[in-house]
Structure formats: structure tokens, C-alpha cells
Design a protein around this ligand. Sequence first.
Ligand code: KG4
Ligand code: ZN
Length: 345
Amino acid sequence: MRVMGIETSCDETAVAIVEAPAGPEPVGRILANVIYSQLTEHRRFGGVVPEIAARAHLERLDGLVTDALSEAGLGFADLDGIAATGGPGLIGGVMVGVMTAKAIAFAHDKPFLAINHLEGHALSVRLTEDVSFPYLLLLVSGGHCQLLTVDGPGRFTRLGTTIDDAVGECFDKTAKLLGLGFPGGPAVERAALTGDAMRFSLPRPMWRKPGCDFSFSGLKTAVRLAVEKLPANDQQAIADLCASFQRTVGDVLADRCANALALAPAPALVVAGGVAANAYLRSRLESLAASHGIRLVAPPVKLCTDNGAMIAWAGLERLRLGETDPLDFRPRPRWPLDPSVSMGR
Ligand code: KG4
Ligand code: ZN
């Protein structure tokens, strides 16, 4: 079984083709994975501009679909399904991806699958790692910070979420305040490598509180106040602040995951989303998982940030269960993974 996946919900235009395991192989195979990062389009604005993103997706997507097919050495006839991110995300971009996938599906008489972007992140680990359901998922990206129990495709129970900002947003803001550029996560991680993580004492919102919710707005404010007091052009101070910030985030994530494991014990802890690319945070979560006698499983770094392979894989997992979506599916700016939680949060 082979599925094409299209991702256009933020600032990456991405197309991939993945193949289901043949025989006893538990994991999938990536036949093509092409991506166009709109970094240059957005850099001078210091963040993603939705209208510019939608236009860039429109300009690039057809070419990337062709590139993916030629990288895989396949034609549309060789595919069993066409998946696209159906939300949540910047709606102009989501519409471009959904319309393209529907058009391919209609023209070639293939099933269409509308994938929840968060489900793409949530299941991506199973494309490359042998991990079965259920697992506890820490989903940490630019727009989300959630803890969920994953029982299967479409079967999520949310244990906690952020009551204000997402953790990736907090990395991006920290980088912006320190003039480290955009996107912030990798820049902060790089600067932190040479920093003293104990130099700055920053607040740890929600730390040691009951439950599994997160909060990052107080930390963001504390970083801003610390930056205002930094001596000018002091590279060491910048590195120390980045390292201290990362340690603080690590403390909070580990504390919240420990609460989640106490509430809903699981055989594995999975971390996914752009922030899961962070090596320091991965090692903190690895220690936490080890202390609970379970393993930490994470996708390879390049599959942590937005990509088409995770959308193709989620499509494949759904197609395997006999699920497809109608061609009148409407793109969704909001789409919670756990339908029992309110749409507003
Ligand atoms: O999953 P993703 O690519 O897009 C969303 O769905 O949001 O996540 C992007 C976020 C950005 O906030 C980016 O700064 C963060 O992930 N990120 C990182 C790292 N790489 C990307 N954060 C911390 N450390 C990293 N190495
Ligand atoms: Zn994402």
C-alpha cells in the first residue's frame, strides 16, 4: 500500500510518498520526501505571514508533487490513496493542499484522506520506529503543547494542554528577543550548547502542580525581563540565558510527563512535533522514561518538524483501517485531536 501525503498548514510546502510494511516488517518505508521551506519569504517579518504562505504553497505545490513522484519512480496509478493536512492550521495554506489532493484523487479515482496535522505528528513515530498502541504522547510544536494517550488512529484522550502559549512559540520568542533569528528553536538550542544552564533562575510555570496542563506565558515574560538586563554584545550571557531557558523548559516538560504517567501509565513515552527535534529535551525525557521503567521513542529529527511523510503515514494508517474522506470535506482552521474537549481551547 502506497500513499502520497501533502502538508501545507504552516510555512513548509511538503509532499511525500510512503509505503506500508510488507510482511512482518513493523515500520514503513519513505519512497520520496520533498520539502520547500518558505524561510526566505517570512524571515524579514520575523514570523509566518499567512497570506504570503498560502501564495507560496500555491506556487510550489504542483512542482513538488511531480518531484515526489519522480523521486519515488512512480506514477499516480501506483498510489493507493492521496492524503492532505485538512487542519488545523493557517486556513489559506490548508485549502491549497486539500484542493490539490482532492483534484488528484478525483482525476485518478483514488481515495482521498483529510488528515489532522496533529495526528500526523502523533503517528509519525510509527513510520520509523517499532512502537505499538497505546502510548503516552507529548506533542510539542509551534502551535501546540499537549499530553495525550494514543490508543490508535483517531483514538486520542487528552490529559493536558497549555493554558496560554505553546512551547515552540516560547522558543521562537526567546530567539527573537535575543536577536538569534527565525525559526527560534534550533537557534536557541545551538546557542545553549556553550551556555551555563544554572546562571539564570527562571520561573517554572505549573511545576509540581497537580494535573498535566502547561503554561509558558510567565516564562516568556521572565525571559524578556532578563534580556532587558543583559549587557550589550555579551555572547556568553546570551548562551547562558538560552541554556537556562532550555533547562527550565526541560524541568516543566519532565514534571508534566511524570504526572501524566502517574495518571495514565503507558508502556512507552513518545515525543513528537517540532520541539521534539531538541536533543537536550530528548535526553531529559529519556531519563524520565528510564526512571519509570519505560522507553522514550521519538521520530528521527528531520521527521519532527513539519513534513509530508507524517501526513502520508497517518493517511496510510487510516486507509489500512478502511477509512477515507469524502471529496466535500471542508478544511478546518481548528480541529482538536480529542473530540471530547472544547473547540475553543
Ligand atoms: O511541528 P512544527 O514544525 O510546526 C508546527 O506544527 O508548529 O514545529 C515548529 C516549532 C517552532 O516553534 C520551532 O522553533 C520549534 O518547533 N523547533 C524547535 C527545534 N526545532 C524546531 N524547538 C526547540 N529545539 C529545536 N531544535
Ligand atoms: Zn507541526
